[in-house]
Design a protein around this ligand. Structure first.
Ligand code: KG4
Ligand code: ZN
Length: 340
Protein backbone atom coordinates (compact mmCIF):
# COMPACT_ATOMS: atom_id res chain seq x y z
CA UNK A 1 0.00 0.00 0.00
CA UNK A 2 1.30 3.46 -0.86
CA UNK A 3 1.21 6.39 1.50
CA UNK A 4 -2.02 7.95 2.73
CA UNK A 5 -2.85 10.61 5.30
CA UNK A 6 -2.82 8.84 8.67
CA UNK A 7 -4.75 10.27 11.61
CA UNK A 8 -3.18 9.34 14.94
CA UNK A 9 -5.11 9.51 18.21
CA UNK A 10 -3.49 9.41 21.66
CA UNK A 11 -5.44 9.28 24.94
CA UNK A 12 -3.47 7.00 27.28
CA UNK A 13 -3.06 9.50 30.11
CA UNK A 14 -3.98 13.16 30.56
CA UNK A 15 -3.26 14.44 27.04
CA UNK A 16 -5.75 14.15 24.19
CA UNK A 17 -3.73 14.26 20.99
CA UNK A 18 -4.52 14.11 17.29
CA UNK A 19 -1.90 14.21 14.55
CA UNK A 20 -1.80 13.84 10.78
CA UNK A 21 1.19 12.25 9.06
CA UNK A 22 1.84 11.25 5.47
CA UNK A 23 5.01 9.63 4.20
CA UNK A 24 6.96 10.44 7.36
CA UNK A 25 5.92 14.08 7.24
CA UNK A 26 3.96 15.82 9.97
CA UNK A 27 1.05 17.71 8.41
CA UNK A 28 -0.68 18.99 11.53
CA UNK A 29 -1.32 18.16 15.15
CA UNK A 30 -3.15 19.40 18.22
CA UNK A 31 -3.09 18.48 21.90
CA UNK A 32 -5.46 19.26 24.75
CA UNK A 33 -4.38 18.55 28.31
CA UNK A 34 -6.43 17.93 31.44
CA UNK A 35 -3.31 18.47 33.57
CA UNK A 36 -4.76 21.54 35.33
CA UNK A 37 -7.79 19.52 36.47
CA UNK A 38 -5.49 16.98 38.16
CA UNK A 39 -3.13 19.49 39.73
CA UNK A 40 -4.99 19.84 43.04
CA UNK A 41 -4.93 16.05 43.50
CA UNK A 42 -1.16 15.90 42.93
CA UNK A 43 -1.46 13.28 40.18
CA UNK A 44 -3.64 12.11 37.30
CA UNK A 45 -7.15 11.06 38.37
CA UNK A 46 -8.27 8.36 35.87
CA UNK A 47 -11.97 9.27 35.98
CA UNK A 48 -11.27 12.96 35.34
CA UNK A 49 -8.83 12.08 32.52
CA UNK A 50 -11.40 9.86 30.76
CA UNK A 51 -14.10 12.51 30.95
CA UNK A 52 -11.69 15.15 29.64
CA UNK A 53 -10.89 12.94 26.63
CA UNK A 54 -14.61 12.70 25.78
CA UNK A 55 -14.75 16.49 25.92
CA UNK A 56 -11.57 17.12 23.89
CA UNK A 57 -11.30 14.36 21.30
CA UNK A 58 -13.45 15.68 18.45
CA UNK A 59 -12.28 19.32 18.76
CA UNK A 60 -8.65 18.16 18.80
CA UNK A 61 -9.13 16.13 15.60
CA UNK A 62 -10.81 19.18 14.06
CA UNK A 63 -7.89 21.44 15.06
CA UNK A 64 -5.30 19.04 13.64
CA UNK A 65 -7.22 18.90 10.32
CA UNK A 66 -7.51 22.68 10.23
CA UNK A 67 -3.79 23.10 10.89
CA UNK A 68 -3.01 20.70 8.05
CA UNK A 69 -5.57 22.32 5.74
CA UNK A 70 -7.24 18.93 5.29
CA UNK A 71 -10.77 17.59 5.48
CA UNK A 72 -12.08 14.51 7.23
CA UNK A 73 -12.46 12.78 3.87
CA UNK A 74 -8.69 13.15 3.23
CA UNK A 75 -7.92 10.66 6.03
CA UNK A 76 -6.76 7.32 4.59
CA UNK A 77 -6.06 5.38 7.81
CA UNK A 78 -6.56 5.82 11.55
CA UNK A 79 -3.98 4.85 14.17
CA UNK A 80 -4.75 4.82 17.88
CA UNK A 81 -2.95 4.05 21.13
CA UNK A 82 -4.26 0.75 22.50
CA UNK A 83 -1.91 0.61 25.50
CA UNK A 84 -0.27 0.80 27.88
CA UNK A 85 -2.13 3.49 29.80
CA UNK A 86 -5.20 4.23 31.92
CA UNK A 87 -7.98 1.95 30.78
CA UNK A 88 -10.84 4.46 30.86
CA UNK A 89 -8.70 7.02 29.05
CA UNK A 90 -7.59 4.53 26.38
CA UNK A 91 -11.17 3.42 25.77
CA UNK A 92 -12.30 6.92 24.86
CA UNK A 93 -9.57 7.25 22.21
CA UNK A 94 -10.17 3.78 20.82
CA UNK A 95 -13.95 4.25 20.62
CA UNK A 96 -13.44 7.54 18.76
CA UNK A 97 -10.83 6.04 16.41
CA UNK A 98 -13.01 3.02 15.61
CA UNK A 99 -16.02 5.17 14.84
CA UNK A 100 -13.97 7.37 12.51
CA UNK A 101 -12.31 4.42 10.75
CA UNK A 102 -15.68 2.71 10.31
CA UNK A 103 -17.47 5.83 9.08
CA UNK A 104 -14.64 6.72 6.68
CA UNK A 105 -14.19 3.07 5.63
CA UNK A 106 -10.43 3.22 6.18
CA UNK A 107 -8.09 0.80 8.02
CA UNK A 108 -7.54 1.07 11.77
CA UNK A 109 -4.14 0.36 13.37
CA UNK A 110 -3.55 -0.20 17.09
CA UNK A 111 -0.29 1.39 18.29
CA UNK A 112 1.83 0.75 21.38
CA UNK A 113 2.32 4.00 23.28
CA UNK A 114 6.09 3.52 23.60
CA UNK A 115 6.50 2.77 19.88
CA UNK A 116 4.81 6.16 19.43
CA UNK A 117 7.38 7.90 21.63
CA UNK A 118 10.18 6.27 19.60
CA UNK A 119 8.63 7.25 16.27
CA UNK A 120 8.15 10.87 17.38
CA UNK A 121 11.77 11.51 16.49
CA UNK A 122 11.28 10.43 12.85
CA UNK A 123 8.95 13.41 12.32
CA UNK A 124 11.82 15.76 13.07
CA UNK A 125 14.95 13.89 11.98
CA UNK A 126 13.77 11.39 9.36
CA UNK A 127 13.88 7.57 9.44
CA UNK A 128 15.65 5.97 12.40
CA UNK A 129 18.96 4.27 11.70
CA UNK A 130 18.81 0.48 12.08
CA UNK A 131 19.75 -0.39 14.76
CA UNK A 132 19.58 2.39 17.33
CA UNK A 133 19.34 2.53 21.10
CA UNK A 134 16.33 4.38 22.50
CA UNK A 135 16.04 5.73 26.01
CA UNK A 136 12.37 6.24 26.88
CA UNK A 137 11.93 8.36 29.98
CA UNK A 138 8.45 9.46 30.96
CA UNK A 139 6.09 9.56 33.92
CA UNK A 140 5.20 5.91 33.40
CA UNK A 141 8.31 4.38 31.84
CA UNK A 142 12.06 4.30 32.02
CA UNK A 143 13.40 1.82 29.48
CA UNK A 144 16.44 1.24 27.30
CA UNK A 145 15.48 -0.34 24.00
CA UNK A 146 17.27 -1.72 20.98
CA UNK A 147 15.19 -0.71 17.97
CA UNK A 148 15.52 -2.04 14.43
CA UNK A 149 12.67 -1.56 11.93
CA UNK A 150 9.74 -0.18 13.97
CA UNK A 151 7.10 -1.50 11.56
CA UNK A 152 8.51 -5.01 11.24
CA UNK A 153 10.88 -6.03 14.01
CA UNK A 154 9.98 -6.46 17.65
CA UNK A 155 11.60 -3.91 19.94
CA UNK A 156 14.23 -5.49 22.24
CA UNK A 157 14.11 -4.45 25.90
CA UNK A 158 17.65 -3.99 27.22
CA UNK A 159 16.54 -2.77 30.63
CA UNK A 160 13.76 -1.14 32.60
CA UNK A 161 13.14 0.56 35.87
CA UNK A 162 12.68 -1.91 38.69
CA UNK A 163 10.44 0.49 40.61
CA UNK A 164 9.55 4.13 39.86
CA UNK A 165 9.89 5.78 36.45
CA UNK A 166 12.25 8.77 36.23
CA UNK A 167 9.34 11.18 35.65
CA UNK A 168 7.51 9.72 38.63
CA UNK A 169 10.62 10.36 40.73
CA UNK A 170 10.64 14.02 39.61
CA UNK A 171 6.91 14.33 40.28
CA UNK A 172 7.06 12.76 43.76
CA UNK A 173 10.16 14.59 44.94
CA UNK A 174 8.71 17.86 43.64
CA UNK A 175 5.76 17.34 45.99
CA UNK A 176 8.11 16.83 48.94
CA UNK A 177 9.99 20.00 47.93
CA UNK A 178 6.69 21.92 47.79
CA UNK A 179 6.92 22.45 44.01
CA UNK A 180 3.78 22.42 41.82
CA UNK A 181 2.50 19.49 39.73
CA UNK A 182 3.69 18.28 37.23
CA UNK A 183 6.96 18.05 39.11
CA UNK A 184 9.41 17.50 36.25
CA UNK A 185 9.18 20.94 34.65
CA UNK A 186 9.02 22.54 38.13
CA UNK A 187 12.23 20.78 39.25
CA UNK A 188 13.89 21.80 35.96
CA UNK A 189 12.97 25.46 36.55
CA UNK A 190 13.97 25.44 40.23
CA UNK A 191 17.30 23.77 39.41
CA UNK A 192 18.43 26.76 37.32
CA UNK A 193 19.36 28.63 40.50
CA UNK A 194 20.77 25.64 42.35
CA UNK A 195 24.13 23.95 42.84
CA UNK A 196 24.08 20.31 41.66
CA UNK A 197 27.02 19.50 43.93
CA UNK A 198 25.27 20.84 47.04
CA UNK A 199 23.76 17.45 47.92
CA UNK A 200 25.32 14.03 47.24
CA UNK A 201 22.29 12.02 46.14
CA UNK A 202 22.91 8.32 45.32
CA UNK A 203 23.36 6.90 41.79
CA UNK A 204 21.24 3.72 42.10
CA UNK A 205 22.22 0.51 40.23
CA UNK A 206 25.52 1.86 38.91
CA UNK A 207 27.77 -0.60 40.78
CA UNK A 208 29.94 -3.09 38.86
CA UNK A 209 27.68 -5.99 39.82
CA UNK A 210 24.38 -4.22 39.11
CA UNK A 211 22.27 -4.94 36.03
CA UNK A 212 23.89 -2.57 33.50
CA UNK A 213 20.67 -1.36 31.84
CA UNK A 214 18.13 -1.50 34.65
CA UNK A 215 17.15 1.55 36.66
CA UNK A 216 15.86 2.22 40.15
CA UNK A 217 14.58 5.57 41.33
CA UNK A 218 12.67 4.81 44.52
CA UNK A 219 15.87 4.99 46.62
CA UNK A 220 16.66 8.38 45.13
CA UNK A 221 13.15 9.54 45.99
CA UNK A 222 13.62 8.36 49.59
CA UNK A 223 17.03 10.04 49.83
CA UNK A 224 15.52 13.32 48.66
CA UNK A 225 12.64 12.99 51.13
CA UNK A 226 15.09 12.29 54.01
CA UNK A 227 17.17 15.29 53.04
CA UNK A 228 14.05 17.49 53.10
CA UNK A 229 12.89 16.01 56.44
CA UNK A 230 16.32 16.66 57.94
CA UNK A 231 15.95 20.36 57.18
CA UNK A 232 12.39 20.44 58.55
CA UNK A 233 13.46 18.75 61.81
CA UNK A 234 16.31 21.20 62.28
CA UNK A 235 13.95 24.08 61.53
CA UNK A 236 16.06 25.13 58.58
CA UNK A 237 14.57 26.48 55.38
CA UNK A 238 14.81 23.97 52.54
CA UNK A 239 17.27 25.05 49.82
CA UNK A 240 14.88 23.86 47.11
CA UNK A 241 16.99 25.04 44.18
CA UNK A 242 20.02 23.05 45.39
CA UNK A 243 17.89 19.97 46.03
CA UNK A 244 16.30 20.23 42.59
CA UNK A 245 19.67 20.70 40.86
CA UNK A 246 21.21 17.75 42.74
CA UNK A 247 18.23 15.50 42.04
CA UNK A 248 18.24 16.40 38.37
CA UNK A 249 21.99 15.77 38.20
CA UNK A 250 21.62 12.30 39.76
CA UNK A 251 18.80 11.30 37.39
CA UNK A 252 20.57 12.70 34.31
CA UNK A 253 23.86 11.05 35.31
CA UNK A 254 22.34 7.56 35.69
CA UNK A 255 20.18 7.80 32.55
CA UNK A 256 22.91 9.02 30.22
CA UNK A 257 25.65 6.80 31.65
CA UNK A 258 23.60 3.64 31.05
CA UNK A 259 22.37 4.75 27.64
CA UNK A 260 25.91 5.40 26.37
CA UNK A 261 27.09 2.06 27.82
CA UNK A 262 24.26 0.31 25.93
CA UNK A 263 25.28 1.98 22.64
CA UNK A 264 28.91 0.98 23.12
CA UNK A 265 28.08 -2.63 24.09
CA UNK A 266 25.84 -3.10 21.06
CA UNK A 267 28.06 -1.25 18.61
CA UNK A 268 25.28 1.26 17.96
CA UNK A 269 26.09 4.73 16.64
CA UNK A 270 22.82 6.53 17.44
CA UNK A 271 21.05 7.23 20.72
CA UNK A 272 17.48 8.53 20.67
CA UNK A 273 16.08 10.04 23.87
CA UNK A 274 12.28 10.37 23.98
CA UNK A 275 9.42 10.77 26.47
CA UNK A 276 8.45 13.62 28.77
CA UNK A 277 11.71 13.58 30.76
CA UNK A 278 13.67 14.09 27.50
CA UNK A 279 12.44 17.66 27.92
CA UNK A 280 14.69 18.02 30.97
CA UNK A 281 17.46 20.51 30.29
CA UNK A 282 20.14 18.66 32.27
CA UNK A 283 19.26 15.26 30.72
CA UNK A 284 19.65 16.88 27.31
CA UNK A 285 22.92 18.65 28.11
CA UNK A 286 24.58 15.62 29.71
CA UNK A 287 23.42 13.31 26.91
CA UNK A 288 24.96 15.71 24.39
CA UNK A 289 28.21 15.90 26.32
CA UNK A 290 28.57 12.14 26.78
CA UNK A 291 27.44 11.16 23.28
CA UNK A 292 29.83 13.75 21.84
CA UNK A 293 32.72 12.29 23.82
CA UNK A 294 31.82 8.73 22.70
CA UNK A 295 31.28 9.63 19.02
CA UNK A 296 27.59 8.71 19.22
CA UNK A 297 24.96 10.66 17.29
CA UNK A 298 22.28 11.96 19.68
CA UNK A 299 18.72 12.50 18.49
CA UNK A 300 16.16 14.19 20.73
CA UNK A 301 12.82 15.26 19.26
CA UNK A 302 11.66 18.83 19.93
CA UNK A 303 9.84 19.37 23.23
CA UNK A 304 6.35 19.41 21.71
CA UNK A 305 6.94 15.92 20.30
CA UNK A 306 8.61 14.59 23.49
CA UNK A 307 5.48 14.66 25.62
CA UNK A 308 2.34 12.66 24.77
CA UNK A 309 0.81 13.65 21.42
CA UNK A 310 -1.16 12.23 18.51
CA UNK A 311 1.49 12.92 15.87
CA UNK A 312 3.76 10.21 17.29
CA UNK A 313 0.91 7.68 17.03
CA UNK A 314 0.24 8.80 13.45
CA UNK A 315 3.97 8.36 12.73
CA UNK A 316 3.79 4.68 13.74
CA UNK A 317 0.53 4.27 11.79
CA UNK A 318 2.24 5.75 8.72
CA UNK A 319 5.13 3.26 9.04
CA UNK A 320 2.66 0.37 9.42
CA UNK A 321 0.62 1.47 6.41
CA UNK A 322 3.71 1.82 4.24
CA UNK A 323 4.99 -1.60 5.39
CA UNK A 324 1.67 -3.13 4.32
CA UNK A 325 0.71 -4.17 7.85
CA UNK A 326 -2.66 -5.81 8.34
CA UNK A 327 -5.36 -3.54 9.79
CA UNK A 328 -6.82 -4.22 13.22
CA UNK A 329 -10.30 -5.76 13.35
CA UNK A 330 -13.05 -3.34 14.41
CA UNK A 331 -13.57 -5.33 17.61
CA UNK A 332 -9.96 -4.72 18.72
CA UNK A 333 -9.71 -3.91 22.42
CA UNK A 334 -7.42 -1.83 24.60
CA UNK A 335 -4.49 -3.42 26.40
CA UNK A 336 -3.85 -1.14 29.42
CA UNK A 337 -0.83 -3.11 30.64
CA UNK A 338 0.51 -3.95 27.18
CA UNK A 339 4.04 -5.37 27.19
CA UNK A 340 6.27 -3.94 24.50
O1 KG4 B 1 5.77 11.33 28.09
P1 KG4 B 1 4.93 12.05 29.08
O2 KG4 B 1 4.26 13.32 28.66
O3 KG4 B 1 3.80 11.14 29.64
C1 KG4 B 1 3.97 9.80 29.98
O4 KG4 B 1 4.33 9.57 31.16
O5 KG4 B 1 3.76 8.94 29.10
O6 KG4 B 1 5.86 12.32 30.35
C2 KG4 B 1 5.41 13.02 31.47
C3 KG4 B 1 6.52 13.06 32.52
C4 KG4 B 1 6.08 13.65 33.86
O7 KG4 B 1 6.53 12.82 34.91
C5 KG4 B 1 6.76 15.01 33.89
O8 KG4 B 1 7.07 15.44 35.20
C6 KG4 B 1 8.03 14.70 33.11
O9 KG4 B 1 7.61 13.85 32.05
N1 KG4 B 1 8.66 15.92 32.57
C7 KG4 B 1 9.87 16.37 32.95
C8 KG4 B 1 10.09 17.59 32.27
N2 KG4 B 1 9.00 17.84 31.48
C9 KG4 B 1 8.14 16.79 31.67
N3 KG4 B 1 10.76 15.85 33.82
C10 KG4 B 1 11.90 16.54 34.01
N4 KG4 B 1 12.17 17.73 33.42
C11 KG4 B 1 11.31 18.29 32.54
N5 KG4 B 1 11.61 19.45 31.96
ZN1 ZN C 1 4.05 8.98 27.12
Amino acid sequence: MGSVVVLGIESSCDETGAGLVRDGRLLGHAVASSMDEHARYGGVVPEIAARAHVHALTPVVRRALDEAGLRMSDIGAVAVTTGPGLSGALQVGLAGAKSLAYALDVPLHGVHHLAGHVAADTLEHGPLPDPCVVLIVSGGHTSLLLVRDLARDPIVHLGDTLDDAAGECFDKVARVFGLPYPGGPAVDRAARDGDPAAVAFPRPLTGPRDAPYDFSFSGLKTAAARWAEGHARAGRELPVADGAAALQEAVADVLTRKAVTACRAHGVGTLVVVGGVAANSRVRALAEERCGAAGIELRVPPLRLCTDNGAMIAAVGDLLVRAGAEAAPLDVSIDPSAPL
